[in-house]
Every structure is written in C-alpha cells, then in structure tokens.
Design a protein around this ligand. Sequence first.
Ligand SMILES: *Cc1c(COP(=O)(O)O)cnc(C)c1O
Length: 263
Amino acid sequence: MQKPTTPLDDGMLAHNAAILRARVAEAASRANRDPHDVTIMAVTKTIPLTRILAAVALGFAVVGENRVQEATAKQDELAALASPPAMRWELIGHLQSNKAAVAVARFARIQSVDSLRLAEELARRVAQRAWSPAHTPEDAPGARVGEPLPILLEVNVAGEASKSGLAPDDVIPTARAIAALPQLRPQGLMTVAPLVADAEAARPVFRRLRELRDRLREAVPLGADGGWRDLSMGMTDDYGVAVEEGATILRIGRGLFGARPSA
Ligand SMILES: *Cc1c(COP(=O)(O)O)cnc(C)c1O
C-alpha cells in the first residue's frame, strides 16, 4: 500500500535534502574536496514514482534501483506522463545474466558488475542492441545505442558471505579482461560497506576501495589520466566518512526518503 503524497511529505523531503547537502559539503571541506565532485544518488527501491518525482524536482535526477523489474515498472509509469522530467537510472543491485538484455536497454550505467561472466554477457547484449534495427521507446532510459555501456565493478571489500562483489584480489585481473571488451566502458568501483553501528568502522573499507582504485589506475590504465575515476561508496549511515575517503557517488535511500517500509 502506498501512502498518498501530502505537502508534509514534500516538506520532509526538502528538509532531508538540505541536511544531506549541508553534511556532504562539510565532509568535503574537511577533506579539502570540491563538493561538486560528489554526486548524491537517490536510492529509490520501494519508493513510489510520485516520491521519486518530488526528489527529482529537488535536483536528485540520478536514481539507483536494485531490481530490474521494479525499475522497469517505474520507468514505464514515468514514460506515460505528459511531460516526464529528465532522469538518469542506474542499477545498483545484483544482476542475473538472464536479465542482462533488459538491463542494457533500461539503465544508463550498471554499478553492480560482479563477475567477468556478467560483463561478457552485458557486452554481448550491447553489441546485439546496436545491431537490432528498431529501438523501442522502452530503450530510452538505457545507455545510448551504439555506444559502450558505462559500468562500475562491485567489490566485496570485507569479504562478507552474504554480499555479492568481486574479491579484492580478483579486481585487477577481472578489470584487465573487461577493459578488453569494447562494448563496455568501465568507470570505477562500487562497494557496499558492512552494516556497522559507528560510521568510523566503515572507514577502512572505503579506504581500501580507494587504494584498490589507485592500484587499478596503474595496472589497467584507461585513457590519459588512468581512468577508473568513480568510487561509489557511502550510504545513509556512513556517507560523511565515505566523502572524506574519496567517494564520488553516494547512494542515499533513507537519508532522503525516510525509513523504508519493512518487507
Ligand atoms: C538500499 C541501498 C542503498 C541505500 O541505503 P540507505 O541506507 O537507505 O541509504 C545503497 N546501496 C545499495 C546497493 C542499496 O541496496
């Protein structure tokens, strides 16, 4: 059951957005970073489109969804509006290979590439999409047809059994193989830190992701500056620490929309 949108809800969203932006700016200044180098992605799993549109109106036009099916339903709802706002959809949840074709058509970037096998399947689907004669309107939210699909590699930094992601030791060899696929454009790394009571406890995880990225730049350089720019790390409970450790993308759900209904 979806709660109706009320003016109070919008007020809460604007309030949360202001706090979020202020704290990101503070954390950036502690680390001598430009806050403009940090994108706050709105994580919209379980959030109905009306709420998402309110966030877009506040400037959060980059959204992260965990499940292909849920995102697809919202995108179709969006496309049916008279004047849908411009938005960018990225996938941040585990992707099964059998959904790769849909994911390629529907997401501007896939942050959760966690195996070479998945990367190869995505590459195959990107090539297929470029060759197929007709593109449906549903193709529109995805990466541009005929161009490589932007991706991030997901790393399971803490080696948690419950989480997907590459083991840190596998990142460089996997990245090397992926860099050879012309249909993909690797842009950085993503991680989900362990759930901890104190944000400081997540710092070593974020730091290790950054160090891994720095080694990756040396081992598998992409372009003139080495590439691998993005570090997608930091969620509602630990984003300040993530910014201090170099995050370029924060994935914020509850900090923007409030608590999610428990499943
Ligand atoms: C749900 C989720 C988030 C956002 O979590 P919050 O704690 O609500 O900010 C970020 N990243 C991933 C991969 C998620 O599944």
